[in-house]
Design a protein around this ligand. Sequence first.
Ligand SMILES: [Mg+2]
Length: 232
Amino acid sequence: MPNKITHVFFDLDRTLWDFEQNSHDELSAIFSRHQLMMKGISLVEEFIKVYKKINEECWELYRMNAIKKEDLRSVRFAQTLEYFGINDPALSERIGLEYVTNSPMRTKLIKDSHEILEYLNPKYSMHMITNGFEEVQHVKLRECGLTPFFGEVITSEMAGAKKPEKKIFDLAIELTGANPATSVYIGDDLLVDALGAANAGWQAVYFNPHKVTHNHSFLADIQSLAELKTVL
Ligand SMILES: [Mg+2]
């Protein structure tokens, strides 16, 4: 029988904020704005596909502390443009800046986000732990009207540690006065979120819309946010 939950912590990207859709929309806008078709990239979907693959690789390096934040922003676009034979450092610099400035202003959320936050808000102390840049994550929360739902917003940048490191979960406990055993973390990444939280002694809800198979036992494994009503 699990302890009674008192504190609910959310992940942001891909759990509440629809990262895939918002990113796709901004990349499409960049493709049109800079007339990348005229520069030799024939299909917007091809541009997005290549960018996503390169971005994943760059993020992996960032997670391993092998690349710096400032470099990540332009390098991923420089490499994408180079893939299509475009060598234009000034353009990749500019697109890199536009992407990080504009994407967080986009407001598509995962289905039922607002509804479930409204439901949980009166029942629990709610906070956020997110691997992301301080200014970027706060813009997303504000633009989507999510700021009022969360007390502490702990970013990896301010914590000096990234999920799944225990250090960021410990900091969250310290800042909120919560108890790990009665805290639950809700996130979409098996390793980074669910196992990270479990490893820190927390309960975990794995938001698993793609039904990834695994052998772990969490407080819950849910395919939609609305299912949280049956758990919390
Ligand atoms: Mg996430």
